[in-house]
Design a protein around this ligand. Structure first.
Ligand SMILES: [Zn+2]
Length: 222
């Protein structure tokens, strides 16, 4: 799960912080900051991403228009989480934790808690996978996330071979950006510092760069 920084509340044309009248108004700003990716499953979704309330608005009405309570979600992650009243400390979440360290991406498309976590940390990682129903290992007709992740693995491995055989990054960068699934690319290219740096610093806007400046930091960023 890509750790993200959505930054401060955006400013209007007068340089004043924007006060949203409806939460949906934040959608464009979030896409600009974080790219057109689901903050949880990492699918690339050019149209159809929702403003996701980390803490549900029906339980926390004061957070309905709160920029700090927003991420982006696809309809599948959004509906899996539903109206669950979450205590954020019981989950690893991409806006507050170095979620890159929390999960492992396997080439059959599945996502599991990282094997190097303590058992207590594994529970938090598992809570997150269950919350968004990201731990399924069989494809479903109504939920393309696992299938898309498997497809991303196939494309990423092919691209890895192409680059090994002399292809240039500039010829495949649009493919990488448009395939989404940042963690799959990070895993496939784990032995290529140049591509990793590009994935972190350039290709996917809003990736938490600080999370990679000091990888010995604890998972929790706050
Ligand atoms: Zn999603």
């Amino acid at each position: 799960m890509r750790p993200v920084e959505r930054g401060e509340l955006p400013l209007d044309e007068n340089g004043e912080p924007i006060l949203f009248k409806q939460y949906k108004e934040a959608n464009l700003f979030l896409k600009e900051r974080l790219g057109k990716y689901c903050s949880y499953c990492e699918m690339y979704i050019p149209a159809g991403l929702y403003v996701e309330h980390i803490q549900p608005k029906h339980v926390y009405p004061l957070k309905e228009l709160d920029w700090d309570n927003f991420l982006l979600a696809c309809c599948h992650c959004n509906s899996s989480k539903g109206k669950t009243d979450i205590i954020v400390a019981e989950y690893y979440l991409p806006h507050k934790d170095n979620t890159f360290l929390a999960f492992e991406y396997i080439d059959n498309g599945s996502i599991i808690p990282h094997s190097q976590l303590t058992s207590q940390q594994q529970n938090l990682a598992l809570n997150s996978l269950k919350l968004f129903n990201l731990s399924q290992d069989t494809c479903s007709q109504n939920d393309p996330r696992l299938l898309q992740r498997r497809e991303a693995w196939r494309i990423a491995k092919e691209t890895y071979d192409d680059l090994q055989n002399g292809a240039q990054l500039r010829t495949v960068q649009n493919l990488i950006i448009g395939t989404g699934n940042w963690s799959v690319w990070m895993t496939v290219f784990q032995d290529n510092p140049k591509i990793l740096s590009w994935l972190i610093n350039d290709a996917f806007s809003g990736t938490c760069q600080q999370c990679f400046n000091a990888l010995n930091l604890p998972i929790s960023r706050h």
